[in-house]
Design a protein around this ligand. Structure first.
Ligand code: FAD
Length: 368
C-alpha cells in the first residue's frame, strides 16, 4: 500500500489516475512539464468507443464509456460506423468477422446495409460501401476539457498540481527530481506520453516504445455535421467525426520513430490534399479547411500498452497506439487501483519486454 504518490504527466491518463488516487484519500502530486493537456491529449480527436473484438479491450472501452457518459459537458454520445469499399473484400470480411466477435462480447454492434446507412445519414455518400458496422454507445469528447475536469477533481481531493515542472525519475527507492531537488515517494506513475521512454531512462528503466506522428484537419462549419456518424474508412485508412460546427478528419500516420522533443507540429501538405480528396468522395458538401495539426502517438512491439508496475513502486502507462484517450477513464482508474495494491492487466504487463526489442510501428486502427 502506497500513500505518497507522484504522477508524472498532465495528460488524460495522468489526470485520471491523479483524480482517482486523490479521491481514495492518498497524497498525490501531479507533475506536468508544460500546461495541462499540452501533450497528445490536447491534440487528440477525442473519438471514443468500445467496439473492440478482444475481451480485455472491449471491457476497458466499455468502462471508459460508462465514465465518459457521466461527463455530459465534455462527452457527446454519437454513433460510430466503420466500413470497407466494394473493391475491398478482404477488409469487408474482416469487418463481418469483427462485428460478430464484438456482439459475442456483448457490444452493441450491428452490420448495416449501405442503402440503409445512406438513408439514416444523408450527409454520407455510401454508394461505394461494401460492408458497414455500427455501434451506438460511442461518442466524442473535448479532450482538453476532460483533462481539466479530472485535474479539478484531483485538486478538490487535496492533490498538489505542479505545471511547468519537468521532472526526472529515481528508482530504488522511487522518487522524482525537479528544480526543487529530489523527493522520495511510495509510488511514482510515469504517464509522460511520448516522453515516457525518456523519463524512465533517467531512472535507468528501459522500455520498447516509439513515438510516431499522426495528423488531423478540421473544416469550416457545414450543415453535414448533424447528419454524419463518426466514421472509420478501413479501406482508405482515415477517420472523421463532427467537430464544433464542422468535421475533424485524421490519420496521416508516419510509420517512423519521432523525436518527442523535435517533431513537425504542422500537418504535411500531402496529408491535407489526401484528406480533401477523401472528404470530396464521402461528403456531399464542399468543405473548406479551417485548421490542421500533427501530434504524437506511442507504439510498442506487440501493439498493446506498457501498463503497470515495471520496478518496485514505479508504474508506467504508455504505448496506446492512438487509443489512449478513449481508454483513459478506465485505465486511469485501473492504474490507481493497481498502485493501491490491486491486480494489473496481465496482457499489458510492462515487464513482458526487457526494453532492448527492435520492432516496426503498427498503426492502431488498421484492419488487415
Ligand atoms: C492527432 C491525434 C488524434 C488522436 N485521436 C485519438 C482519438 O480519437 N481517440 C483516442 O483514444 N486517442 C487518440 N489519440 C491518441 C491520444 O492522444 C493518446 O493516446 C493519449 O492522449 C495519451 O494520453 P497520455 O496521458 O498518455 O499522454 P499525453 O497526453 O501526451 O500526456 C503526457 C504529459 O506528460 C508531460 N510530460 C512529458 N515529459 C514530462 C516530464 N519530464 N515531466 C513532467 N511532465 C512531462 C507532457 O507534457 C504531457 O502533457 C490521438 C492522438 C493524436 C496526436
Amino acid at each position: 500500500m502506497h500513500s505518497e504518490i507522484a504522477v508524472v504527466g498532465g495528460g488524460a491518463i495522468g489526470a485520471t489516475a491523479a483524480a482517482d488516487l486523490a479521491a481514495k484519500g492518498f497524497h498525490v502530486t501531479l507533475y506536468e512539464k508544460g500546461d495541462l493537456a499540452a501533450g497528445s491529449s490536447g491534440r487528440a480527436a477525442g473519438v471514443c468507443y468500445d467496439a473492440f473484438a478482444d475481451r480485455t479491450d472491449a471491457t476497458i472501452g466499455s468502462r471508459s464509456l460508462e465514465r465518459f457518459r457521466e461527463l455530459s459537458n465534455v462527452f457527446t454520445e454519437w454513433p460510430y460506423v466503420w466500413f470497407a469499399h466494394t473493391d475491398d473484400e478482404k477488409r469487408a470480411s474482416a469487418i463481418r468477422r469483427q462485428a460478430k466477435r464484438m456482439r459475442d462480447l456483448g457490444r452493441d454492434v450491428t452490420l448495416v446495409e449501405p442503402t440503409e446507412l445512406g438513408e439514416r445519414f444523408p450527409g454520407l455518400k455510401t454508394n461505394d460501401i461494401n460492408v458497414a458496422a455500427m455501434t451506438h454507445g460511442a461518442g466524442y469528447a473535448n479532450t482538453t476539457e476532460y483533462v481539466e475536469v479530472m485535474v479539478d477533481r484531483a485538486r478538490q481531493n487535496g492533490a498538489s498540481v505542479q505545471t511547468e515542472t519537468p521532472v526526472e525519475l529515481t528508482t530504488d527507492p522511487p522518487g522524482i527530481v525537479s528544480d526543487g531537488g529530489e523527493q522520495l515517494f511510495d509510488a511514482v506513475l510515469v504517464a509522460g506520453g511520448a516522453h515516457t521512454k525518456r523519463i524512465l531512462a533517467t531512472g535507468n528503466v528501459s522500455i520498447p516504445m516509439k513515438p510516431y506522428r499522426v495528423q488531423a484537419l478540421v473544416t469550416e462549419a457545414t450543415p453535414t455535421t448533424e447528419s454524419v456518424p463518426m466514421c472509420y474508412d478501413a479501406t482508405d485508412s482515415y477517420y472523421f467525426r463532427p467537430y464544433e460546427d464542422g468535421l475533424l478528419i485524421g490519420d496521416g500516420t508516419e510509420r517512423v520513430e519521432s523525436n518527442p522533443d523535435e517533431w513537425n507540429r504542422a500537418a504535411d501538405e500531402e496529408f491535407v490534399e489526401k484528406m480533401r480528396g477523401h472528404l470530396d468522395d464521402r461528403i456531399p458538401d464542399k468543405l473548406e479547411v479551417r485548421d490542421t495539426w500533427a501530434g504524437l502517438c506511442t507504439a510498442t512491439p506487440d501493439g498493446d500498452p506498457l501498463f503497470g508496475e515495471i520496478r518496485s513502486g514505479v508504474f508506467v502507462a504508455t504505448g496506446f497506439h492512438g487509443h489512449g484517450f478513449m481508454r483513459a477513464p478506465a485505465l486511469g482508474e485501473h492504474i490507481a487501483e493497481q498502485i493501491l495494491g490491486g491486480d494489473g492487466v496481465s496482457r499489458f504487463d510492462p515487464t513482458r519486454f526487457d526494453g532492448s526489442e527492435t520492432f516496426d510501428i503498427i498503426a492502431g486502427m488498421d484492419i488487415e
